[in-house]
Design a protein around this ligand. Sequence first.
Ligand code: GDP
Length: 377
Amino acid sequence: MSKQMPHNDEFTRIHHPENDEQYSGLQVNQGVEQPPMVNPYLKRRKRPTLSVSDYVEGIRAGNTSVLGQAVTLVESLKPEHQAVAQEVIAKCLPFTGNSRRVGITGVPGSGKSTSIDAFGMHVIGRGGKLAVLAIDPSSERSKGSILGDKTRMEKLAVQPDAFIRPSPSAGSLGGVARKTRETIMLCEAAGYDNIFVETVGVGQSETAVHSMVDYFLLIQLAGTGDELQGIKRGIMEMADGIVINKADGDNRERAELAAAQFRNALHLFPMPPSGLAPEVITYSGYYELNIDKVWDMIDRYFDHVTRTGYFQEKRREQEKYWMFETIDEHLRANFYNNPSIERMLEEKQRLILENRQSSFVAASDVLKYYYDKLSNR
Ligand code: GDP
């Protein structure tokens, strides 16, 4: 073996939101290079290359292995994979849109995975099919995301009606989000009528998730002393519902108190565009208490927005948003990934620091160079 697996304490703790001292729960370590195969003589069976129609037929038939491979194509950075992925998505498009898309956010340790396991089992128990996806833009650094990880959702992981996929790990938040958004479409075409998108509520990723789901659920905890201060106002404003987890045992009363505080705080917020004020409910993901109440709350929302037409309106807005996001992502990548632009930007930064050029002149020089020389390539 050329490389030894590191000993447990040799794993490097990396910079990741989940590793912040203020959070309990899992820690994220630097990924490790995979050791070579144990038996070098064992021939790895090469997967036959699937055609676009193989993918589409497999997905439509609900074949999870084909679906998984299609998602891998969506996540691939190789242009030839992207080309096939885009064709597959285009062919799946008529079969998309028939699901309830629910975003779930909360700080590390708030119980997202435990709750998704419980919520998911509830949804499957009602006869639904569920896909659990995740957005964790920091996962590139950790070489793989722990969000949406099967091992964290023990009950769901063995359900044939659940498809669990961790966050795509390459690229910018915009790139990661686009891939998740495309994966939602593939899952819908495969018949998943419930989609959960998990994210950590400590960064920008919740905005991305908000822009791709119908309902945004914020998981909170009681008794951390910063019930309201610690939460960014922006997240509260995005939430269609707030749930206080770990309302079990001694913690029950404190959870109720926190819920009352949240209800009061929500009075100060303007009515959301859905026309339905967010509800606040206490529950326990671990002990599976009040899961049905949480889900009744979500049902009420979907009934309301379907009746008022807001459901379709929001989806149309999101479609537009994603067109602009995709253009944005493409332009940025085309610009910043260009080696001569990279060099020029470095030089310009130096000139700005040395007070030899203003930032506006520098910017217009770079843009002029880009438009004159590069943008039509
Ligand atoms: P995540 O980081 O948000 O995904 O949180 P986890 O689901 O990993 O949960 C973090 C910790 O809280 C774990 O030790 C869980 O066992 C615990 N936990 C999660 N839900 C509950 C709950 O409802 N009640 C109690 N008492 N503990 C919980």
